[in-house]
Design a binder for this molecule. Sequence first.
Ligand SMILES: Cc1cc2nc3c(=O)[nH]c(=O)nc-3n(C[C@H](O)[C@H](O)[C@H](O)COP(=O)(O)OP(=O)(O)OC[C@H]3O[C@@H](n4cnc5c(N)ncnc54)[C@H](O)[C@@H]3O)c2cc1C
Ligand code: SF4
Ligand code: SF4
Length: 433
Amino acid sequence: MENTIKNITYDALVIGGGIAGGEAALNLAVTGFKVLLVEKDLSVGGKMIMLSKVFPTLDCSACITTPKISEISRHPNITIFTGTEVGNIRKVSDTEFVAKVTKKPRYVHVADCTSCQLCEQACPVSVSDEYQYGLVGRKAAFIPFSIASPKAAAIDIDNCTLCGACEKVCPTNCIDFTMVPETMNLHVRTVILATGFDLIDPKKMPRYGYGTFKNVLTAMQMERQLAPTRPFNTILRPGDGKMPDKLAYVLCAGSRDATVGNPICSQICCMYSIKQAQLLMGALPMADVTIYYINIRSFGKGFEEFYQQAKGMGVNFVKGKIGRITEKENGNLTLRYEDINTGKLMEADHDMVVLSTGVVPPKGIDGLFEGETLYMDQFNFVKQSDPLANPSKTSIDGVFVAGTATGPMDIPDSILSAGSASSEAISYLIQHV
Ligand SMILES: Cc1cc2nc3c(=O)[nH]c(=O)nc-3n(C[C@H](O)[C@H](O)[C@H](O)COP(=O)(O)OP(=O)(O)OC[C@H]3O[C@@H](n4cnc5c(N)ncnc54)[C@H](O)[C@@H]3O)c2cc1C
Ligand code: SF4
Ligand code: SF4
C-alpha cells in the first residue's frame, strides 16, 4: 500500500549520492539553490566511502569522504533521501521537470535511532553483508556500516522473520513495521545525473573461478580488508582464515575484453591495484605480491612515480595475461598465463588472487526519462553531447551529468566533472527562471 502522492519543489534534483553527486549538490547549495539529493542505497558516499586509501597520495579515503559527507548532510539547502528510487522524469516545460521518487520504508525512524546496535545484537537472522562485499555476515536489523550517513539502523524486510526481538530491545522505540513506501512528485528546474558505475560480475569469467574458489577475491573485497573500517583486523583468506603470503593481482579482469562485452579500459584498475599492493606490503611485510598486467597505464599526475615506488618496494610485475586459474586441495591457486615478454606459457602458484574487475555502467539510467531521449554512448554510459566544449551537457536541455556516470574515472576527475556539471546547472537555473 502506498501513501497519497505528495508534491515537493526544489531547484535541482541530483541523482546519486557518491562523491560526484555530493560535490555537485554542495556547489549548487552554496550558490543558494535548494537541492534534493536522491540515493538508492541506505547511505550516501558511493564507492569512495568504502575505500581504504587513495592513489597516488595514499590519503585515507574515509578521512576525506566523511567531512565532505557531513558538510553535505548539514547544509540547509540540501535534503537527502536515501533508500530512494527515481521512477521516471518528465520534462513538462522549459523550466520544469517532474520526477516521481519513491522512498522505500527503512522500518526505523532515523531521527530517533541512536545507532546503539542493540537491535543488531538481538536479531537472530544472519545474511551476507553487501556493504562488506560478502566477506562477513550482518543481521536483518543492521546499521549498514560504521561510517554510514545517516548512521541509523534499517530492517532488511526480505530476510526479516518479524520475530519482534529488535523492537523489544530498542530503547527509543524507533522501529516501526507499519512504514510503507512513500511516493512523491518532485518538481525541479534542473537534473544532475551522478549515478556512478558498477563493477563487472566476475562470474561472467568462469576461467578465474570467482565464486567457486574461495581465495579468489575482487579488488573491492580487498579494499574492505585494507580499510580502517575493515571487517577483520588483518588480511585473511576467506577460505580458511589463513594470512596469505603469496598474493597475485589479475589486471584487466573484465576490462579491455570484448568477450565479456567490455572492450574499454577501466582507467582506475592499474592504479588501485598498485595502491593495494603497496598497502599489502605494509600490512603483510613478509608477503610476496605479484601483479599480472597487459600494460600499466600510469597516465595521471604522480601515477608513474607511484608505479615506480611500488617496484622499489618489491612488488613483482609480470607482463602476462592470465588464461585460467585452478584450485589446489589446500586452497592455493595455480595461474596459467602467457609471459608476453618471452612468449612462453607459464604457471605460478599463489595463495590468494585478487581480480581487478572492470568498470561497467549501472543499469536503467537510459530509461529514467519519459518523453525525452537521454542518449547513451556505445558502452551505455551517459553520452556527453559535447565532450570537448561542454563535457557535462546531455542530450536533454537542463539535464547534466557528473562523475563516472559518463565513463570510468578516478576521484579527482569525478570531483572536477561534478564542478563542471554544477556550474552548467547553475548557469541553466539563472537563465531559466
Ligand atoms: C576497488 C576500487 C578502488 C578504487 N580506488 C581509488 C583510488 O584509490 N583513488 C581514486 O581516485 N579512485 C579510486 N577508485 C575509483 C572511485 O571509486 C571512483 O572514481 C568514484 O567512486 C566515482 O564516484 P561517483 O560519484 O562518480 O560514482 P559512485 O561512487 O559509483 O557513486 C554513485 C552513487 O549513485 C548511486 N546511484 C546509482 N544509480 C542510482 C539511481 N538510479 N538512483 C539513486 N542513486 C543511484 C549509487 O548507489 C552510488 O551511491 C576505486 C574504485 C574501485 C572499484
Ligand atoms: S533501531 Fe533502536 S536498537 Fe536499533 S540501533 Fe537504532 S536505537 Fe538502537
Ligand atoms: S523482527 Fe526481523 S529484524 Fe527484528 S529481530 Fe526479528 S528477524 Fe531481526
